[in-house]
Design a protein around this ligand. Structure first.
Ligand code: MG
Length: 364
């Protein structure tokens, strides 16, 4: 299809409360959305890069410039499909989340035109997926209280952020208050080789997965932990590409992968990694990026694929966003209903989008 117009917007959405992890804290959710016009079709895409480059190299305001000045001019006025986008942008090194925004918008147009849902497109068959929520860093009492209230809302799995000195006791405090909840932990790379025994103890305490305990590159520690644990040791920050995951798998340095479509460059790459994990008997979990409703719909559709054997970050965006231009996911009886409408997500409320847009560029 001929791409006739591209709108790039930097938006700043208010958060319900600041989100804290080992890599930093954010007070509002700045992100980028794109709107693409091709013929009669309109599609939307989200770039989920965070406000600061503390989790990955990309960040929202930087991605805005990349989309406006580099990626936009490569697609506007050109014939391209969602499947052909990666090769069209192949000369641009990196910037997977900015590229993923364009892929999502093109896919949105194609699926709307075909009156097809994203879930059907990727081959997802589950009508609902178990919901999971993540809780940021905080005091033991605070985290335990938040887990209890999320369990009360129907979340059967909670992922807790941990850092050294704030792990075993924290999990025990959470479990004491809410014995029934499934607990996963996420170290965001904050642990080192000397923490191996502690992490084994944590694994044996009943948590169901440990995500990225060691820094990216500390494959030796990761392999030792995988060797000593029966639960999945999940690569998250280290899982930036199929090549990176394959390299870790060959070294025995992972037994699970957090698949985040934006970080991989888009939905097609995420589905490809999902299939690779299924073929190699590696557990997979659908990872969230504190998206707005648009990115959440994309994640929920992908997460309905059968290889996601670890409960993922499947929760409605209203958990963190006070305002969202997009309709939210539906949480029903502890499960997220797989989006089944045409396209990636329903259309946004453009008044709300205008209200929270801080910059806009139009390319045609
Ligand atoms: Mg993580």
């Amino acid at each position: 299809m001929l791409i006739e117009r591209l709108e790039v917007r930097l938006v700043e959405l208010p958060l319900v409360e600041p989100f804290k992890a080992a890599h930093g804290s954010i007070a509002s959710r700045q992100l980028v959305v794109v709107r693409v016009e091709a013929g009669d079709g309109v599609g939307w895409g989200e770039c989920s890069a965070l406000p600061e480059p503390t989790y990955t190299e990309e960040f929202a305001a930087g991605a805005y410039v990349v989309l406006e000045e580099q990626l936009g001019p490569r697609v506007v006025g050109h014939e391209v499909s969602a499947a052909g986008l990666a090769s069209l942008l192949g000369d641009v090194v990196g910037h997977p989340m900015a590229k993923a925004a364009l892929e999502m918008a093109l896919l949105d147009i194609e699926l709307r035109t075909a009156d097809r849902s994203l879930a059907a497109h990727v081959g997802a068959t589950a009508e609902r997926v178990r919901a999971g929520a993540a809780v940021g860093l905080g005091s033991e009492a605070d985290v335990a209280q938040r887990v209890a209230s999320l369990a009360g809302e129907g979340f059967g799995r909670i992922k807790i952020k941990i850092v050294p000195g704030h792990d075993l006791h924290l999990v025990a405090a959470v479990r004491a208050m809410t014995p029934s909840v499934e607990i996963q932990v996420d170290g965001n790379g904050a642990y080192g080789p000397s923490d191996l025994d502690l992490l084994v103890e944590l694994a044996e305490s009943g948590v169901t997965a440990i995500e990225q305990p060691f820094a990216v590159g500390d494959n030796r520690s990761a392999a030792k932990l995988v060797n000593r644990c029966t639960i999945p040791i999940v690569a998250d920050e280290a899982a930036g590409s199929l090549a990176a995951v394959s390299h870790l798998q060959e070294r025995g340095a992972l037994s699970g992968v957090s698949i985040k479509p934006p970080r991989l460059g888009g939905i097609e790459a995420a589905v490809g990694l999902h299939h690779w994990c299924a073929d190699h008997d590696i557990a997979a979990t659908a990872g969230g990026m504190v998206e707005c409703g648009l990115g959440r719909h994309a994640l929920a559709a992908v997460a309905a694929l059968p290889g996601f054997t670890i409960t993922g970050d499947l929760s409605p965006a209203r958990r963190w966003l006070e305002a969202d231009p997009w309709p939210d996911l539906v949480l029903n009886d502890g499960s997220i209903v797989t989006p089944s409408g045409p396209g990636v997500a329903p259309a946004p409320d453009e008044d709300v989008l205008d209200h929270y847009s801080t910059r806009q560029a139009d390319l045609n």
